[in-house]
Design a protein around this ligand. Structure first.
Ligand code: SAH
Length: 410
């Protein structure tokens, strides 16, 4: 059976040849055959030369997402090969049983693992699958079967409740896909500390796995003797963890410092408190959980001249598309300006943006603008991004949504 063919306009082949995985309607010259939503299609140039193979959805602006640039069938063997490759690409996978190795990480990172539209995260013995597109939605049972075959997990839970599905003509889909239902909270270990993840109701697939390596950095700041904190000063060190969610940036520091966690979500803060209790109830005395709007609270703190040794600023996505960049930039500038004011001289600011529409370069410029208005001085110690369980395909710059800066502030 030959698959329907999508013919690309002359002069529009270049991004496809350069392995960008998306084809927009404007690049399409004609369609041979009658592809239905989710069908596999072959992509050729005007002369009929093979370019790629992918899946079709006329409802989406991205009409084709490319699965392969080779003339090969997209069958179960292809799926097995690609899923296996993603699993084996995670070095931590082989160390999963070793003491201290993380038991929660991203296993399949969609376009960046060359499987557009599919996210799979591991939380201990459970996988959480997110199907972002129609074809992936159609394939989710095959994918679940293969994942179980390759990984031998207790269960696979689906969290396909993301806005982008609407653009594919899909509704939310949440529930058990395979095996045992996950418990209310799955316990995971992050650098020796216990965490509870609610995969049914938590943000994303339950947790911000992309920030795990940066949580650890706060710990490094406190304990690394090369840094400024001398052991005798540790007892009074304080950390302001803004947009804390379930408190992970603070959790990695709480044995060494006083933590103020701030989030607008009461459920997230309640779970943050549970997590501290689970690790060491003595740490509750060093932990504060404030339900507040960070924009307002930071204004107040700056007015009151409240200062902290370390300020972490990890807001949600402010820009969902290019049209929102300007407004988002004003938001980032506002919180970064007040965050600068709230850092003790000689302290640190760890600041992030997870807006894909804001480039690392633009983000740096915004933070620069905030610094200039604050009258402080700052040095970049590190450029931050997600851990290497969240690879970014070199041909897919859109995958590099999370960027951050670790700054020393005077
Ligand atoms: N730092 C967290 C992830 C933060 S995600 C981690 O590493 O796990 C962003 C968080 O900001 C969410 O928990 C959301 O509830 C919260 N949030 C969104 N808008 C807010 C606002 N205006 N003020 C305070 N918190 C907000």
């Amino acid at each position: 059976m030959t698959s329907p063919t999508i013919v690309i306009k002359a002069g529009r082949e270049k991004p496809i040849i350069q392995q960008h995985p998306w084809i927009f309607s404007g690049a399409i010259d004609s369609i041979q055959g009658d592809p239905q939503g989710g069908d596999i299609v072959t992509v050729t140039d005007k002369k009929g030369r093979f370019l790629a193979r992918g899946y079709w959805n006329a409802k989406s602006q991205i009409q084709v997402r490319i699965l392969t640039w080779q003339d090969e069938p997209i069958d179960e063997a292809w799926w097995r090969k690609m899923i296996k490759r993603a699993i084996e690409g995670r070095a931590i996978q082989s160390g999963a049983s070793k003491r201290g190795a993380p038991n929660a990480y991203r296993l399949i990172n969609a376009e960046s693992d060359f499987i557009p539209g599919l996210i799979v995260d591991r939380y201990d013995q459970w996988l959480v699958l997110q199907a972002l597109t129609l074809h992936i939605d159609q394939q989710k049972n095959t994918i679940s079967k293969l994942l179980n075959e390759l990984l031998d997990v207790k269960g696979i839970f689906e969290r396909s409740d993301v806005d982008v599905r609407g653009k594919e003509g899909l509704k939310d889909s949440v529930g058990n896909l395979f095996g045992e239902e996950p418990p209310k909270y799955i316990e995971i270990i992050e650098f020796g500390k216990k965490l509870l993840v609610d995969v049914r109701n938590g943000h994303k697939t339950g947790y911000y796995l992309d920030q795990v390596h940066n949580h650890w950095l706060v710990n490094n700041l406190l304990t690394n003797k090369h840094f400024w904190v001398r052991p005798e000063k540790l007892a009074s060190t304080n950390v302001l963890n803004l947009f804390s969610y379930t408190g992970s940036f603070g959790l990695q520091a709480v044995h060494e410092a006083y933590i103020t966690n701030v989030d607008s979500s009461n459920e997230a803060l309640e779970l943050a408190e549970e997590i501290i209790k689970l690790n060491n109830s003595d740490w509750l005395e060093r932990s504060e959980f404030i339900q507040a709007d960070v924009f307002e609270l930071l204004h107040d703190y700056a007015d009151e001249k409240k200062q902290f040794d370390i300020v972490v600023l990890d807001p949600p996505k402010f820009a969902h598309n290019a049209g929102q960049v300007e407004k988002a930039a004003r938001g980032y500038k506002d919180i970064n300006l007040n965050a600068f004011k709230c850092v003790k001289p000689g302290g640190y600011l760890m600041t992030f943006s997870c807006s894909g529409a804001i480039s690392a370069d633009l983000f740096k410029k915004i933070v620069f603008g905030a610094l200039a208005d604050s009258g402080r001085q700052a040095q970049i110690l590190k450029h931050l991004g997600p851990g290497d369980d969240h690879p970014v395909a070199l041909t897919f710059p859109e995958g590099a949504y999370l960027k951050g800066l670790l700054l020393k502030v005077y």
